[in-house]
Each structure stands twice: as C-alpha cells, then as structure tokens.
Ligand binder design. Structure first.
Ligand SMILES: [Zn+2]
Length: 167
C-alpha cells in the first residue's frame, strides 16, 4: 500500500454543487482548529444532494486512551457512530445512500493520509462504496479540495480536483 493518495491535477475535475461545497467549507471553518467530518447523501442520478455533519470524537478518544488513539482531533477524525447511524437510517428511509464521506485537514494539504487510507480500507469502515472528500483549511481560509475514488474495494484511491457545479 502506498503511504498516501494525492490529487492528480491532470484528471478531469469532479463536479459538486456549489451550494454543497459552501456547506462543506462552513463546516470545516466552524470546526477549526479540529478536523470536521460528515457524510454526503445522494442517489444514482444525483450523487451529491445533501451534506450531514457528524461529530469528530477523536479528541475524546485520545484523552481516554492515548495509546490506541495517539492523535487528537486536530490531526485526525473519528466519526461519531451514533451520528452516522442515525443519518444513514434517515437517508435510507428517503431512498438515499452515503455517496461520499468528507473530512478536513487543518494546516495541511489535500490528500488521503496513510491513516485515512487505513481507515477507508479497513473492514470496519462503514461506507466502503463511498468516495472520499478532503478539504484543507486554516483558521479563516479554505485552501483546497479533492475527491478520492477507487474502482473497487481492492483498487487504490485516485484523487481528482473538484469544481463547483452551478445550477
Ligand atoms: Zn485525513
């Protein structure tokens, strides 16, 4: 396994509605200096319909068990299980599913880190079919965004740029 997955700027950008990107940026800036995380819901015809915020509980996990969780919420995310289970149940009732999982990087670039890859590729990861979105932020600024996808569970993640889709 490679150490990390970067965005290949030569690939065609993924198009995501501008309204949804704004919600994503707002969540990332609101969560600073910690990483934010959440889900994007949609269906086959319209992949990116709605964003739902989840709590990042990595800091609490780190404080309770720093050996098992050596990083805090500024450097990593751990999506609150109740949050995502509740949202998935609500989404399924409406015929939607989780099409992407997002998180932010605070003060670092847009890529999937070795830890992000381990989490996304582990048996325990709840959304193996979902794409991954990473947004890079500092205190008041969004620096970049990338979308990572793979051809199948055993295929590597490939990162592409994102451009806003305006209605
Ligand atoms: Zn990350």
């Amino acid at each position: 396994m490679r150490g990390r997955a970067d965005v290949d700027e030569t690939l065609q950008p993924a198009e995501i509605p501008g309204r949804l990107l704004n919600e994503l940026y707002t969540h990332a800036l609101d969560s600073w200096p910690e990483e934010c995380c959440g889900l994007i819901l949609g269906d086959r015809d319209d992949r990116y319909q709605r964003l739902v915020r989840c709590r990042n509980e990595m800091t609490q996990r780190h404080q309770k068990d720093p050996i098992a969780y050596p990083r805090n919420g500024r450097e990593a995310y751990y999506m609150n299980e109740h949050d995502y289970l509740r949202e998935v149940e609500k989404a399924e009732a409406e015929g939607l599913s989780v099409t992407a999982v997002y998180h932010s990087h605070v003060g670092s670039a847009v890529y999937l880190s070795q830890m992000d890859l381990q989490y996304a590729q582990s048996e325990l990861f709840p959304f193996p079919e979902a794409k991954q979105i990473v947004v890079s932020v500092s205190e008041r600024k969004v620096h970049g965004l990338g979308l990572f996808e793979r051809a199948g569970r055993d295929a590597p993640f490939v990162g592409r740029p994102v451009k806003p889709l305006t209605p």
